[in-house]
Design a binder for this molecule. Sequence first.
Ligand SMILES: [Zn+2]
Length: 268
Amino acid sequence: MIQPDTYELYAIKYGTHDRTAARNFMNPPDPHDAPYPIDYYVWACVSPSRTVIVDTGFDKAGAEERGRTWFRCPVESLKLIGIDAAEVTDVVITHMHYDHGGNLDKFPKATFHIQDQEAAYMTGRYMRYPTLRHSYDIEDVCGLIRELYDDRVEFHDGDSDLFPGLTLHRVGGHTQGMQFVRAWTQRGWVVLASDSMHLYANWLDRNPYPTVLHIGDMMEGHRKVERLAETPDHVVPGHDPRVMDYYPAPSDDLAGIVARLDLAPQMD
Ligand SMILES: [Zn+2]
């Protein structure tokens, strides 16, 4: 058996959106109008032999268009942990929503890893409906097609071993071809759930996020995440601000900006 690489995992926060609880749940908890912001992240998986980036975020123009607060370029921010995007060879795109699949042209050497069903969904019949295409940016979609025609897209069908110690897992629900990433770390298997669950409470309260193609598949996806994570403390949701509170920063000056997900969380 091939020994898995051991990965360091980083979440980098690049944006936020002030909103109320009503926006984040199918059945909003009381009080509905209580503040309940969501944060925007990209993630980095770093082993002694390779660096894999998970998602690429949106740019300043995208933030302005949708009224999001943009703290920093998610790609430039990789430099905070010593990663030069120009040298990155592998980028996993969990799904192509605007807050996950922009900025592809800032990775000139990368292969982009995406699920077959996500590529089909974002270019297929359901995009006739504004409700479903609203979360995609046409320029990002065309950007991925450009990378495809430049031989820089790798397709995955379901679950696969990307590299030793790094696995990909398709779930439905949020989009048709959403995938999450599982990495082997010093504390066991950690799941970067991305938008298979936006917030801890979407998952733990079985109260899904309302941007959804199929509610049943989304809840099945929550179970799949649970099955593949070492413990519930090894699950990292895609947009929860508490991730920055629970996990230690790699250095004091990066507190609130970067979190080390391969270290144990302090949840109390
Ligand atoms: Zn998202």
